[in-house]
Design a binder for this molecule. Structure first.
Ligand code: ZN
Length: 284
C-alpha cells in the first residue's frame, strides 16, 4: 500500500488508486467534473532499478519503450490516451506556449516541433498537458470561466524568473483569463527543510523577493555558514499573489517529494539516481 508522509496543516491532496496505479489528486481541482488532474508516484509502472517503477522521463537513461509503456499505463488509469498527451520540453526557462490537438503525442510518441518550453496551456478539450518533475515545483492553473488550463515547471530558476507571471499573462492574452478567476495549485515538490542551497542561489532570491525574501530564504537548519534553506512553495505563493491570483484560490502542497523519496522520484532524495514524475492536466 502506498503511504505518503503528509505535512502538518491543511490537506490539499488525496491519493487515488485505479487499476493498481496510484496518483495524487488536488481536491480543489476535483470540483470541476470537466477536468482531469493527476500527479504520478513511483508505483504502478514497468521500469526497474533506480527508475522503479513508474518512470515518466526520457532524459535520465531509462529504456524509452518502458517509459512509453508507463505513459500508456498511467494514462489508462486516469482516462487519458497516450495519443492525447503533449509533453513540455523543460529547460529551466520561463517560456510558455499554447498547445492544441496539432501537438498530440509530441514528446512521447513523436518528436516535438518546439523546444525550450517550460509552461504549456490549452483551451481545447482532449489535449493533456504533461510536465515533468523530481523536486521542482509543478504549477497548475485552471480558469473555470473560460475553460482554459496551464501547467508550468517552476524549479528555482523558473521561480526566480517568475514563470507563474508568464503563464498568467499568456492565459489572459490567449483566453481572456482574469487572474482573480484562476484556481491555482502548487504541486508536490521539495520542502524548505529538505532544500539546502548555497549563497549564489540564495542571493538571487534575496534580490528578486526584496522585503519578502525573509520568508523565502531561511537560515540553514544546522547553521552552516553560507548555506540556506529555500522555501520554493512560499516563493511561488508570492508569485501567484503578485500575478493577481486570490489567496483563497491557491492550494499549496501537503507533501514533499524528498521526504517521500521511497514513493516519489526525488532528485535530492536519490542523489540524482532517479526517474521522473509527471503532472497531468486535461479538459475532458
Ligand atoms: Zn521534505
Amino acid at each position: 500500500m502506498t503511504v505518503l508522509k503528509k505535512r502538518k496543516g491543511t490537506e490539499t491532496t488525496r491519493l487515488i488508486t485505479e487499476r493498481n496505479v496510484p496518483r495524487i489528486s488536488y481536491t480543489a481541482l476535483e470540483k470541476y467534473p470537466w477536468l482531469i488532474n493527476a500527479f504520478s508516484t513511483r508505483e504502478g509502472g514497468v521500469s526497474t532499478g533506480i527508475y522503479s517503477s513508474m518512470n515518466l522521463t526520457f532524459t535520465r537513461g531509462d529504456d524509452p519503450e518502458k517509459v512509453r509503456e508507463n505513459f500508456r499505463i498511467f494514462g489508462e488509469s486516469i482516462g487519458v490516451s497516450i495519443e492525447q498527451m503533449v509533453y513540455s520540453d523543460q529547460q529551466h526557462t520561463t517560456n510558455v506556449m499554447e498547445v492544441t490537438s496539432k501537438h498530440h503525442g509530441m514528446g512521447i510518441l513523436r518528436d516535438r516541433d518546439f523546444s525550450d518550453i517550460d509552461g504549456i496551456m490549452t483551451g481545447e478539450p482532449g489535449v493533456c498537458l504533461v510536465t515533468s518533475y523530481a523536486d521542482c515545483v509543478p504549477l497548475y492553473f485552471v480558469d473555470p470561466v473560460n475553460r482554459a488550463i496551464a501547467a508550468s515547471h517552476s524549479g528555482w530558476r523558473g521561480t526566480v524568473g517568475n514563470i507563474c507571471q508568464s503563464t498568467v499573462s499568456e492565459m489572459n492574452h490567449l483566453y481572456g483569463s482574469k487572474p482573480e478567476d484562476i484556481i491555482a495549485c502548487i504541486g508536490p515538490s521539495i520542502c524548505a527543510d529538505c532544500y539546502e542551497v548555497g549563497s549564489d542561489v540564495a542571493d538571487e532570491f534575496t534580490k528578486a523577493y526584496g522585503e519578502e525574501s525573509g520568508t523565502v530564504v531561511l537560515p540553514h537548519k544546522e547553521n552552516i555558514p553560507g548555506k540556506y534553506q529555500l522555501d520554493l512553495t512560499r516563493a511561488n505563493v508570492i508569485n501567484m499573489e503578485k500575478a493577481g491570483i486570490l489567496p483563497e484560490h491557491i492550494s499549496v502542497p501537503d507533501l514533499c517529494t524528498c521526504c517521500n523519496s521511497d514513493v516519489l522520484h526525488s532528485h535530492r532524495g536519490s542523489h540524482g539516481q532517479r526517474g521522473g514524475l509527471c503532472a497531468f492536466l486535461m479538459i475532458k
